[in-house]
Design a protein around this ligand. Sequence first.
Ligand SMILES: Nc1ncnc2c1ncn2[C@@H]1O[C@H](COP(=O)(O)OP(=O)(O)OP(=O)(O)O)[C@@H](O)[C@H]1O
Length: 704
Amino acid sequence: MGRTTSSAQDEIDKEQQYVDRVYERLGGMVERAAAVGQEGRQRGLLDYTGEIKEDDYRSLFERDVLVDHAVRRLAVLDAQREGLVFGRLDQREGVVRYVGRIGVRDEEQEPLVLDWRAPAASVFYQATPVRPQGVIRRRVLRCLGQRVTGVEDDLLDPDAAPEDLVVVGDGALMAALTAARGQQMRDIVATIQQEQDLIIRAPSFGATLIGGGPGTGKTVVALHRAAYLLYTERRRISGGGVLVVGPSSVFMSYIERVLPSLGEHEATLRSLGELVDGVAATRRDSSAAAAVKGSLRMRRVLGRAVRDGAPGTPQEFRIYAGGLIRRLDARALDRVRIDVLRRGAQRNRGRAEATRTLLAALWSQGPSGRSRSEFDDEVENSAAFGAFLDAWWPMLSPSVVFGWLADPDRLGSYAKGTLSPAEVSTLLASWDGAKEPSIEDVPLLDEIDSLLGEVPRTGPEREPWDDFGDVPELKSAFDRQVRPEHSVRNDGYAHVLVDEAQDLSPMQWRMVGRRGRHGSWTIVGDPAQSSWPDAPEATSALDAALGRRERRQFTLHTNYRNSAEIFAVAGRVIRQEFPTLELPNAVRTTGISPTHVAAEESSLPSSVGAAVRGLLAEVAGTVGVIVATHRVEQAGDWLDGLDDERVSVVTALASKGLEYDGVVVVEPAEIVAESTTGIRTLYVVLTRATQRLITVGAEGVWSG
Ligand SMILES: Nc1ncnc2c1ncn2[C@@H]1O[C@H](COP(=O)(O)OP(=O)(O)OP(=O)(O)O)[C@@H](O)[C@H]1O
């Protein structure tokens, strides 16, 4: 960059003056939002007793909308007190613009700060030295709270720069990439790169697929895209909801701060184990059980289960009607049930049709001396028929039917001709003694739920204002009418973002697909990191979920996470399986290559302990210890007493999507052996570190 850097402090001081002005204005905005909220509350303080009338309801509704808007605005403004302004553009003809997490205008409504998602701010990310697009200098402001602590400049158009233009720093990107990592992912709003910005701002309709190797920013870019879509299409996307799906609850906690830090609080974040309401599965099945549960063949097995009779189903029905004793035996009853369900009725919704079919069968058993409708009335209104129906066609919940699968006789008959006896045994073993569903059980519960259908409501529909007994509850009308629930919406979202998509089994795709039936999609994945063994089956399930939506595919090419030295080792490993795989380019070097510490079983605890202690001293941020599943507890014991805030033990599968400054990989050969996609899983593990990587254990073929 070659220009003066001596006056960095002067530049920081100047920027501080501007930033102070913005915060002052923000303070005014917070006060106004609070005043609007207060006004809304006043409006709702109705003085009456007795029933709420429609007019009152409307006024309460308006009050709720007003208060809700004010509360959301306050939440956004409050969240943006940290690092509100992060960028400045010096453009031709002396134009200066500031870019921030939200837009702020001065008293005359002139922009003080542009929202990073506004069209006018896109040049902040798109301008390059080759195509400066009118930008002379791009500046990133580093802030701590409301204090400016540094500036990093890129001079994009030296020829157009005025003589007194000061250029400071080595560029913001490198500073961001070398910064220590914490427990949670941070936003990259100040340093989004051009190829990433194109993805973030791609049109919302259809499906956007983001590919690229490890550490290329797929996850972080997809999250910024969600924030961008919420900003540009607030009404459609925010109204219909955004669902972000990731592999595990650990991963969801890792990414959960990113959207709020961008001013967006409304997305629903769920791991694959939490997509069915009331279930929060964290346990993983063995890879053998996961392979069976994820396969599309389970649809058949579950279809049979849902058509089966409940335990204790009556074996016959007898009634004296129309002058005759009429009787349906077990076979006839089964036939009615199976026929009704085969015709496509959902089980909990099929009772009316089953009733019609039963009545027809009873009617056909002999003359009754009355009309068909008189006969039907007589039977239907009898207490015996009502009691029989409740026992024969009970309303079922998914967990009840799911429980039937653990019965060897039932499962054997559902799986006949579809699963092998060994696969049936694998399933039974996975449920033996299990106290709660595994992550791989959740799509089965969801499939059963979709086959059962909702239990029809009985009793009169409730008027919305019936719920309004407790008037002072401020947001209830709004919540009930506009945003009915915070639970997972089974009727689908306006936008669904799926991360680590390469790992979704076909049954998981069906579960996620139901939630994006009518929406647009962003799908993030890297096949080389896949742990689902049957790639073609998963691809066809993805195709089914996306249907005929238009697709746009992007590939990211720069690895921002790993040092070049670390990625060289990981690259050698994955090339064993994919010799011609195109790898991303790791741009940052540390001069320190990964090391291997040879250790036997007996020396493993001390070797791992020493490696972790060494890394804690060398890096400023987090250290991850990655182990095969059976070693998690053991490794926790080895590291007892070390800094819990900085050290975490995770399994290879749970490490997907995460990153640490230093990583210790324990017994890489075991990690390869335990996974059905061995080398690919090891590739994931070896690409989690930003600064230092140590492998401990036996040498092996894994090292290439
Ligand atoms: N433009 C950028 N500026 C600063 N940091 C960035 C940028 N792009 C990516 N990063 C950082 O690189 C790291 C990797 O990003 P991310 O986890 O999104 O990659 P990924 O492609 O999803 O990785 P993987 O597939 O290995 O899980 C993160 O720390 C992220 O913040």
